[in-house]
Design a protein around this ligand. Structure first.
Ligand SMILES: Nc1ncnc2c1ncn2[C@@H]1O[C@H](COP(=O)(O)OP(=O)(O)OP(=O)(O)O)[C@@H](O)[C@H]1O
Ligand SMILES: [Mg+2]
Length: 357
């Protein structure tokens, strides 16, 4: 017997979604015993190491399924797997999760279990937040967090697939914050030349390297009193990560070739489309730049050192359709997704249509 996860949206002064707390329990298969709590964040299931629920099952595709939150509860969706999702003998493309439901993917069985108690997910108002269009429940949940963070001076890590709106979100945070009168400076780690990254971020002194004819301030100095947006932070070379940690922890940096530390009053907002947990496991990203919060459970991780930047936080922007892993297919044939678009999809659709590739 399966039982619906009772879900209700309240649109009063504190808009929120309330639903029965639930988790996914791996009840059979090589990963038997694993559990994954369901929250407002999408859960990507697959054998790829960057999945949120990694299944070491040869019959599970690297990108198999995504569970995402909607106004009527959680939905699991096949994202182009080879072997599909079965409920009993029935192959399903998409299904609304209910307590006690068993989903078979490859040789693995996932059991949806009610955890007891209710989960309250604050929602932002439907409409617009700064430049961001906010329609789907998942986006409203992400924006409720972003609104709170914008009011604080927290360091923020924005995660999301390509086109999810990370850069717009970062600029919105700046425009909605007390720093709005200061500069908003962007640095894209994916576009920068690795050897010049430190000089770009922190500046350099004359003679620091061949071609350094004059001293130059770095972007942190330019962003004084405002916000620096470090895009694709997952691409920041490991040797530069301690320098970024220095700014996050102690608010100081030193120009390349310089002898004095400079103090900064700059808020850092960073973004990545990588799963930094997987990057940490692969030893490409320092754990202390992204350390797990001991108190906040699995939903909240801190960007920067927990003790010094206790306000730091992480936000995951939902992708349209929550089918981030469909990206390649969407790029080839954006027109096909027209009828399937959810509330936040129109934007993504435009982004893909104008995509040069
Ligand atoms: N919720 C949204 N509201 C308004 N515009 C959006 C939203 N989501 C995406 N966009 C638009 O989609 C496009 C891509 O957004 P943006 O560049 O911020 O994405 P991104 O997450 O930084 O992607 P990438 O990883 O490719 O850099 C932009 O034109 C942006 O204005
Ligand atoms: Mg971007």
């Amino acid at each position: 017997m399966t039982k619906p996860l009772a879900t209700e949206i309240f649109e009063d002064r504190n808009p929120r979604l309330e639903l029965d707390a639930a988790e996914i329990f791996v009840s059979a298969g090589p990963d038997k015993g694993q559990t994954r709590e369901l929250t407002a964040e999408p859960v990507r299931i697959g054998s790829a190491p960057d999945a949120d629920l990694v299944l070491h099952d040869r019959a599970v595709s690297s990108r198999h399924a995504v569970i995402h939150l909607r106004g009527d509860g959680y939905t699991i969706e096949d994202v182009g797997s080879k072997n599909g999702i079965f409920i009993g003998p029935t192959l399903v493309e998409r299904a609304r999760l209910t307590g006690g439901m068993r989903l078979r993917i490859g040789g693995t069985t996932l059991l949806v279990r009610a955890r007891g108690g209710r989960l309250q997910i604050p929602l932002a108002k439907r409409g617009q937040y700064g430049e961001l269009i906010v329609r789907s429940v998942a986006m409203r949940a992400a924006m409720a967090t972003l609104e709170q963070l914008a009011k604080s001076d927290a360091t923020i890590l924005i995660e999301g697939e390509t086109g999810a709106g990370k850069e717009v979100a970062a600029e919105t945070v700046h425009r909605q914050s007390a720093r709005r009168g200061g500069p908003f400076v962007v640095f894209d780690c994916a576009a920068a030349t690795p050897t010049l990254m430190a000089a770009s971020l922190f500046g350099h002194e004359r003679g620091a390297f061949t071609g350094a004819d004059v001293s130059r301030p770095g972007l942190f100095e330019e962003a004084e009193g405002g916000t620096i947006f470090i895009d694709e932070v997952g691409e920041l070379p490991r040797e530069l990560q301690p320098l970024l940690l220095g700014v996050l922890e102690r608010h100081v940096s030193r120009r390349v070739g310089g002898k004095v530390d400079r103090t900064h009053d700059v808020r850092v907002v960073a973004a990545t489309n990588r799963n930094l947990n997987a990057e940490i496991k692969a030893q490409r990203f320092r754990e202390d730049l992204f350390s797990a919060s001991p108190s906040a459970g699995c939903a909240c991780r801190r960007f920067g050192n927990g003790a010094r930047t206790s306000q730091s936080s992480r936000i995951i922007l939902p992708s349209s359709l929550a089918l981030c892993w469909h990206r390649r297919w969407l790029r080839c044939s954006p027109i096909l997704i027209g009828p399937a678009m959810c509330a936040n999809c129109a934007i993504r659709f435009c982004a893909f249509r104008h995509s040069p590739t």
